[in-house]
Design a protein around this ligand. Structure first.
Ligand code: GBH
Length: 483
């Protein structure tokens, strides 16, 4: 078996850090930015732990130079960040005015990154839909309108930044927008069938419609990039999918073993199968029937073959236990349970601050291999990987900054990735750690921290690097082959 000592990464491997606009920027009412669905969602009492919002967040809108200094100090080669659509077009739509100040902000930032020797990787959509589009026509639920508006926004962005940005991610984690936004209701816009949580939503149909519409919008943006920009700009474009590894709750039970593949299909292949194989997974068609939208040829032509690279967000693993009996109407997982302990009560990994996240680095190697086999060894960019630390927010500063748990996580996970490259032939070429700094952790508010940099929200969003900030560069220094 491989270990950190034996395995390596290629000499041109790119690494850095990731963030997202709503989680760091703040300045939600400045210079012509319009509200996003997250600004609206955060105002509903009880939706966000501690009642927080992205109103100030890390104040990165005013502190881009500090963020770039952090990246430089870490030795990062690349930075993945997202654009706030409603900063660029306040109302979002194709006939709405463009906000020059929004474009100027990102132009300056991209120029400053280049001046610091850092390669930008830009995500167009990290969940923060312009609120007006949700009000106007139902946002992600409305295919015609949403696809046309996203295509218009994408074209504007490619036109404005295309000479300076060579790596584009269309959507971050469409699973989250679909399932958390339209089934559990834990994310904006909060639709769910659970009437104690929301007066609107049908969790048995809406997530599948939203997922489908996002795929079409992704395909439309890729076509625009390839037809109108790629030749002159020479960049590449893909989508980022989230998904964790699956181990059987009871390895002796064939139903649990089978359910593991089904779990990954419902989480990842939902999006990746249409892109790489031109169809939805059999397991989903079987369970969902005509609740899964049918592909019309024009849409499928946009989606099939639309990835220049596979963007992979990965954090942890789960034990999977098959459910017996018919799946519930609102089931989104594939008629199975996600568990943190196996049949013998053994935990999949150590406990963190995030209830869903227990590290299990070998699962990263296994999933990289699983994806490579299913999708023909595509070029993979890991666009997020990282961990929270149990109790971190309540620690005295000195202890918090000494985040050995996070350092170990990165050693194990990056080591597992090097094993996948060296021993399994996985074509992984880039890695972005989540996250450059503590930030607005969505429904978890500010209580959960994922940064390699501490952000002091009570004192002017002061940034203080943790131990892990320097460790990532050291890990890659050991693993990347010298030319
Ligand atoms: C990433 O998603 C996001 O891209 C990023 O913005 C975020 O800050 C980061 O994770 C850390 O959370 O408890 O049942 O509701 C990672 C994938 C999928 C992980 C949904 C959390 C919640 C499952 N996420 N999951 S549940």
């Amino acid at each position: 078996m491989g270990s950190i000592e034996q395995s390596t990464l290629p000499a041109d491997f790119v690494w850095g850090f990731a963030t997202a606009a709503y989680q760091i920027e703040g300045a939600v009412n400045e210079d012509g930015r319009g509200p996003s669905i997250w600004d609206t969602f955060c105002k509903i009492p009880g939706k966000i732990a501690g009642g927080g919002s992205g109103e100030i967040a890390c104040d990165s809108y005013h502190r881009t130079h500090e963020d770039i200094a952090l990246l430089k100090a870490c030795g990062a080669k690349a930075y993945r960040f997202s654009l706030s659509w409603s900063r660029i077009i306040a109302l979002g739509g194709r006939n709405d005015p463009v906000n020059e100040k929004g474009l100027q902000f990102y132009l300056r930032f991209i120029d400053d990154l280049h001046a610091a020797g850092i390669t930008p990787m830009v995500t167009l959509f990290h969940w923060d839909l312009p609120d007006e589009l949700n009000k106007r026509y139902g946002g992600l639920l409305n295919k015609e309108e949403f696809v046309a508006d996203f295509a218009n926004y994408a074209r504007l962005v490619f036109k404005t930044f295309g000479s300076k940005v060579k790596h584009w991610v269309t959507f971050n984690e469409p699973w989250c927008s679909s399932v958390l936004g339209y089934n559990t209701g834990s994310f904006a816009p909060g639709h769910t069938s659970d009437r104690t949580k929301s007066s609107v939503g049908d969790g048995s149909t809406e997530p599948w419609i939203v997922g489908h519409n996002i795929l079409v919008a992704h395909g439309a943006a890729v076509k625009i990039y390839r037809d109108e920009f790629k030749t002159q700009d020479g960049g590449e474009i893909g989508i980022t999918l989230n998904g964790d590894w699956a181990e059987p709750w009871d390895p002796e039970n064939p139903a649990d073993v089978e359910a593991c593949d089904r779990k990954i299909e419902f989480a990842i292949s939902w999006f990746a199968d249409p892109i790489y194989h031109g169809r939805y997974p059999e397991s989903m068609i079987k369970q969902l029937g005509d609740r899964l939208p049918a592909w019309i040829p024009e849409d499928l032509a946009l989606v099939h073959g639309s990835n220049d690279f596979y963007g992979m967000n990965h954090y942890c693993a789960n034990y999977i236990r098959a459910k017996t009996g018919q799946p519930e109407l609102n089931d989104i997982a594939g008629n199975l349970e996600l568990l943190l302990e196996d049949k013998n009560g053994v935990s999949i990994g150590p406990i963190t601050q995030s209830p869903w996240l227990r590290p299990c680095a070998v699962g990263f190697r296994k999933l990289l291999k699983w994806l490579s086999e299913r999708y023909g060894y595509p070029k993979i960019y890991v666009t997020e990987n990282g961990t929270s630390v149990l109790g971190e927010n309540d620690m005295p500063l000195e202890q918090l900054l000494d985040d050995e748990f996070r350092v170990q996580y990165f050693k194990d996970y990056i080591g597992a990735m090097a094993d996948a490259f060296t021993l399994d032939g996985v074509n992984v070429r880039a890695y972005m750690a989540w996250s450059l700094m503590d930030n607005f952790e969505w429904a978890e508010g500010y209580e959960t921290r994922f940064g390699v940099t501490y952000v002091d929200y009570d004192h002017d969003q002061k940034r203080i690097p943790k131990k892990s900030a320097k460790s990532i560069g050291q890990i890659f220094e050991r693993l990347i082959q010298k030319v």
